[in-house]
Design a protein. Sequence first.
Length: 511
Amino acid sequence: MPTFAAVDVGSNSVRLKIAKLVRGRLETVHEDREVTRLGESVFRSGLLDPEAIAHTVKVLRRFHRAAVSAGVDKVRVVATSAMRDTRNAASFIEWVRSTTGWRVEIISGIEEGRLIHLGVVSNTRVNTWPLLLMDLGGGSCELTISVDSQIRSMVSLPLGAVRLTEEFIQNDPPKKKDIERLHQFIGEEVGRLERRMRRWSPKLAVFTSGTAAALAELSVNFRKGQVRREDYVPTPVLCRIAEELSKRTLAQRRLLPGLGPKRAEIIIAGAIVYADLAERFDLAGVQYSPLGLRDGMLLQMAAEFDRHTAIGKRIESERQTGLAWAVSHYGADEAFAEHVRDLTMQLFRQLKPVHRLPEDYEEWLTAAAMLHEIGAFINRTGRHRHAYYLIANSELYGFATEQRRLIAAIARYMGKSKPLPQDRVLRLLPALDRQLVPRAVMLLRMARALNIGRKGAVQRVRACVKDSTVDIKLQTRHGGADLELWQLLKEGSYFREVFGRDLVADVSSTA
């Protein structure tokens, strides 16, 4: 029964959730949370405040002790909006690493939205689609359209509660002009995508985050005499709450039941964002969900532990969707890429005694096979360098930042250059992957050689591994694969360099 820990380093607060995988389901073991306002200074000066860093690291040390006590097998630590924006993220990341041994992963707004979506839809019974999912954190707000649990559209906007409070709420209580400017800014940000989101006509809206929890709690007192559901807030009530909050001082807000002293400082901006979104999208109301980013992170870790679960299959589907989008968007030859992918899978499975790569590498290799030509979208000259950039920086649903870098590194060396230890591409990877990438590159170069004529001449490969040689038999159609055989044998010297064996190949028969 593996145990996982998810740590969310947000702009407003730091959160921990530990769960154990029991018979295919996650059972929560421990939760913790503390407001540290890591993003507060970032939205003013572009830098993390030293005191906020120290406070956050102190909390993370507490989380680390809890993880050790729970016997956690795997930890994932992600940072969101504030860390995306700050200029001194490296200092914070190094401090956390030296103190806890944890590696902080800065994720994009789209990846944040994907993980929130995964956490919510995987644990919520939804009978009405399309679903609009709204998550408002300290620095950003993610909006996702979901149909049948599949993401159809997603955006990340700079509409976080801490960010907007720092920018617009300068008085206590805020002046009318402060609120008007805030409404105008929200309108400008949402207006750019309003048509795109409205065309889905969402039938259900779910909002998440600490701000959403506070608004759901506050709404009970704003609906006297009405039928009340604590997890559902009608839009008129949401708008009334936002209006009433903006008239109260901080001291008065802190007295409201369900609203903590720290949340009271930023609740006005958060309430106005949610109210404006509900009105703009003509929503009757919004349903609160306590699920979010940490739940998605835990599910992702559980799926990677056992890919045969329902969540594992969903994430695999997301990844395939992301790969197909990239191939189409960048105008790559889909049929060629798919055939190279199939040949890569055959080589990976038949040459396991030679390459000795972890099982995960089959997925990274096949993804690289699909994407290794997309760099030509920028320019055929230098296309392999361009492919690396596009893969490493594109939003591929389901792939974490480090996984994209690994896939990009494998795809990078399909030309004349070979991976070298001093290459920046490799230095960005963990030490073990730096050693393994040349083996993966060799397999992909072989698969690419076997479809160099782009006619699918080689249908199958059969490998015979001996002490000093590897004998590859090519099974073809249409009676010939001379070009492919010639290109494969050209890889012989690099094959010997990587695997310490001679490469022998010929055509065995016609399929």
